[in-house]
Design a protein around this ligand. Sequence first.
Ligand code: T1G
Length: 649
Amino acid sequence: MNVETKITDGIAVVTIDNPPVNALNLAMRNALLETVHTLNADAKVRAVVLRGAGKLFVGGADITEFDRPVEEPALPEVLAAIEASKKPWIAALHGVALGGGLELALACHLRIAASGTSLGLPEVGLGIIPGAGGTQRLPRLIGIEAAIPVVTTRKRLDENQALKLGLVDSLSSGDLTADAIALARKAASGPLPATAAKRSLAAPSPEIWRDAEAAVRRTAKGTAAPMLALQALRLGVENGFEAGLAHERATILKARASQESKALRYLFFAERAAPRPRELRDVNTRPLRRIGVIGGGTMGTGITAALRNAGLPVVLMERDEAILNHSLGKLKKLFQGDAAKGRLSAEEAGQRTAGIEGALTFDRLADCDLVIEAVFEDLAVKQSVFAELGRACRPDAILATNTSYIDPRLIAEGLADKTRFLGLHFFSPAHVMKLLEIIPVPETAGDVLATAFVLARTLDKMPVRAGICDGFIGNRILRRYIAEATALMTDGVAIPAIDAAMREFGLAMGPFEMQDMAGLDISFMRREAARARGEPVPEVPADLLVRAGRKGQKTGGGWYDYAPGDRTPLPSPGAMRIIAPMLKPSREMPSAEIAARLVSAMSKEGERVLAEGIAAEPAHIDLVEVHGYGFPRWRGGPMFMAQGGAHHG
Ligand code: T1G
C-alpha cells in the first residue's frame, strides 16, 4: 500500500497502489497530500501524471472507514491541494474511476482514459452522496443535465461518453501512461488548463429540476440519498462552488451515520463475501462448459435463459416433442423480447436461442458437465430422473436438483455416487431473480460445492449456502412471515392494512397480495399432503378460500377480488364472509407496529435457522431476503434490523 512517484524529464508519474481497488484510505490520503506538496516544491517537476496500479484507477474512498469519525486529512483537503497546484495534474484513467476515485480525477487539470474505462459516482448506492466535490465539479465539466443521472442513479459513463461530455479530455490509443505523459508535456508547455472548479455552470431551466425530482421520487424506492444528492447539485448551481462544497460535505457526514447507509454498506460487504466463501477459496473446481436442464416448465426455461445469458451452451430435455417445442418456443420469444427492448441485438437473441439443444432422451446429456433437474415437485418423479442421470451422465458430471421443498437427500437416495449431487434452488423467474440457494447433501464433494459457487458467479447470481430443512432458508422464513400475517388477520387487523403496512415498509407488495399472485393452492396442497401423511396441520383461513375455489389472481379471487384482466387487488366482501368464522372482531393497528411484528417474526425464525446451522451467518439470511424476497435493501434485512442496525465492516 503506497503512493509511488517516478520523475522523468520533468514529468512526475504518481502511482496509487492499494490493492485490491486502490481505496483512498487514511494512509493513501496522507501519502498523496505529502506527494502534492513535494512535487509542488520540486522545481524540476513541470507536470504530474496520476495513475492507479493494477486493474483500475481508484474504486473510491475506503468504505470500511465509514464507521469511524473522519480522520484528517480528509479527501477534500487532498483534492484542494491538487486543484491549487500551479503545475498541471493529468489523471490517467483505466478500469474504473468511482466515487472518491472519480472526484480525485475531477480535481486534476486534465483527464485521459483508456478503452474500457468506467466512470461513476455510485455513492447513493451506499446511502450517502459524493463527499469530495463530485456534486460540484462534475456538473461544471459535463453540465447539470448529464450530471443528474450520474449522481442520483449510479449511472456509469464509458470513456467514449465521457469524452463526448467533456469529462475526459482525450482517449489513450494503447499505452495509457505514455499517452498521459505526452498530454502532461503538452499541458506543461502551455497555459495551465482551467480546473473544473473554475469553470462556469449554467443554471438549467426549472423544468429540469422538476423532472429530476420526479424521476428521483420514482426511482429512489424509499432511499433518502438520491434526493440529497440532487439537492446538493442544485445548491451548488444556485449558491456557487464553495457553498456547494460545504453543503455537500455536511450532507455526506450526516448521511454516513444514517441507518440507510449502514444497511447498504453492510450489504455491500456481504454481497462481496458470499460468492467467495472463505472455506472454498483454495478448492479446485470442475469445468462448466455444457449444461443440461431437465424440465421445460417455468423454472426449467428460466434456468436455461439464465445459462444462455451467461454464454453457456445448454441441452434442454423434455418428455415429449410437443412440450419440448413449446419450451424452445418460449425461450425464443423471451430472447426476441429482450431484443425488442434493446437489451440484446437481434443477432445476439438468435445466438442465445441457437445455443439451446432440445433433447428427448437422457443419452443426450452424456457429455454435460452439470445437469440441473427442474421437473415437477414430486419425490418419485425426481428419484427416477436421477436414477437415469446416474446411468447416462459422465461419472464426473455434477447432478443438481432445483427442488424448493423436497429434502435433497431423499431425491438422491437412488444415486450411486452422491458426492456429485447437490441442490441448486433458483427463484422464479430464474433468469431475473438474483438469489441462488446452494444446498449440499452430507456427501457432496468440496469441489462440487465450490463449482456451484463458480456457476453462481458466472450467472451473476447471489449464492447463499443453505442447510437442509423444510423450505431451506428463504421459504422457511417466508412461511413464518405468512403465518404471522395470518395471525394478525385472524386477530382482527384488516388484510389491506397489513399489506399497506408492508408496502410502506418498502416491499413491492404485502403478504396477502403476494399469496394471491403466487397462488393459494400451492401451500394448500402442501398442507393437505401433510394432513394425508397424518401430520397435525391446523386449518387456516386460506384453506377455506381454496376450498371455495378462491386460489388467487388465477381464479379472479383469493384474499382479494380481481377484475378480469386486471391485477389490482380489490377488497373482497366475499372472501371476508368465507373466513369470518376464523376472525376475531376487527381492530386497528399502526402500520409501523404491523411491520415490526412481521419483520421480528422473520428475524426470530432467522435466529432458529442460525441455531440449527441452516445458515452460516446472519448476513446470509439478509442476502436471501433482499435478493430473493424483495426485502428493501436500504433496511439491510431482518437480521440486520434485529441487530439494531449494527454494521460489522
Ligand atoms: N472501500 C473498501 N473496500 C472496497 C471498496 C471500497 N471503496 N471497493 C471494493 N472493496 C473491497 C471489496 O469489499 C472486496 O473485498 C475487494 O475490495 C474487491 O472488491 C468521498 C465517500 C471497484 C468496481 O461505491 O464497485 O468514494 O471481499 O469484489 O468485482 O465521495 O469493488 O476481497 O475482502 O467488488 O473487481 C464509492 C465500490 C465509495 C465502489 C471492483 N465507491 N466498489 O469490483 O472487486 S464512497 C464505490 C466497487 C466514496 C467519496 C465517497 C467494486 C469495484 P474482499 P470486488 P471487483
